[in-house]
Design a protein around this ligand. Structure first.
Ligand code: UTP
Length: 290
């Protein structure tokens, strides 16, 4: 089976980013020169996916508009002979086919993904959280996971190592190491209280899921925080069939968190083709003055 569709949930309330996220979706906040969500869509496109399904909610239409063709803007830029900008703006709307599905209530990530069931159908699919960025030197994180999927043909969760203190903020995987970076999942637990797991393998916002997850999500009752947790459904799926955890190459940033967002800006700015060198010079001066 080939993975053709990517689900990107962006329906969350974004309370960690208030007040910035009151009227602007956190996924639309800028990292250097484009919104967070554009990096995620670009990762999907670079990984050869054919269709994106956004899970949206009220107040998130700026995300759909960002990837839509804007006739007035296009005409205006052409009249002003700003053809480079015109090209760039058009490029965004031509990136990939996008479908939007509304999550009626913010009942949790598991519920958001369940909302995509009729559009995804009976095929494996990729999930990328709309505020999780991964910067990698070689292959995009999604492409790395798709390569592993070709081999194993089963669900995969992306993981990173965290400190014992951080473990209680993540979904944690306990598993058997099969080879460098690849684990067979044995157990998963959402935000385990300190001292209740020995594992330091935290799930981040990239998954490849078998469509069986929809049935399971439909029956999953609210868990941690009163929300329908994806991790609970993944745990049930891992009992039915094989599941793998994959330690990707790259650095992940939680851009839905204020500090994570600042770290992402620094990392992406340092990599920027035209701004990177000047920004690095500026950072050196700032650091020297601390
Ligand atoms: P978060 O855990 O970041 O939750 O969701 P949130 O509600 O967006 O933000 P905070 O915690 O209040 O600051 C992870 C991803 O799942 C989506 C979010 O949009 C984000 O991409 N999500 C979360 C939904 O689509 N629906 C939900 O009900 C919850």
């Amino acid at each position: 089976m080939k993975v053709r569709k990517a689900v990107i949930p962006v329906a969350g309330l974004g309370t960690r980013f208030l007040p910035a996220s009151k009227a602007i979706p956190k996924e639309m906040l800028t990292i250097v020169d484009r919104p967070t969500i554009q990096y995620i869509v670009e990762e999907v496109v670079a990984s050869g996916i054919e269709v994106i399904i956004f899970i949206t909610s009220e107040g998130k239409s700026a995300i759909e508009n960002h990837f839509d063709y804007d006739f007035e803007l296009d005409t205006l830029l052409r009249q002003k002979n700003k053809l480079d900008l015109c090209e760039e703006v058009c490029h965004i709307s031509n990136l990939i086919d996008i479908i939007s599905v509304r999550q009626k209530k913010p009942l949790g990530l598991g519920h958001a993904i369940w909302s995509a069931r009729n559009v995804v159908g009976n095929e494996p699919f990729l999930v990328l959280l709309g505020d999780d960025l991964v910067l990698s030197d070689n292959l995009p994180c999604s492409q790395q996971m798709l390569n592993l999927f070709e081999e194993v043909q089963e669900s995969i969760v992306a993981i990173q190592q965290v400190t014992p203190e951080e473990a209680s903020q993540y979904g944690i995987v306990e598993g058997e190491k099969l080879r460098e970076g690849v684990y067979q999942v044995k157990r998963m637990v959402e935000k385990p209280p300190p001292g209740t797991t020995d594992s330091d393998l935290a799930i981040i916002g990239r998954y490849i899921l078998q469509p069986e997850i929809f049935d399971i999500l439909g029956k999953t009752t609210p868990g941690h925080g009163g929300e329908i947790q994806l991790t609970d459904a993944l745990q049930a799926l891992a009992k039915r069939r094989s599941m793998y955890a994959y330690q990707f190459e790259g650095t992940r940033f939680d851009a839905g968190d204020k500090l994570g967002y600042l770290k992402a800006i620094v990392a992406f700015a340092l990599r920027h083709p035209s701004l990177g060198d000047d920004f690095a010079g500026h950072l050196k001066k700032v650091c020297a003055s601390l």
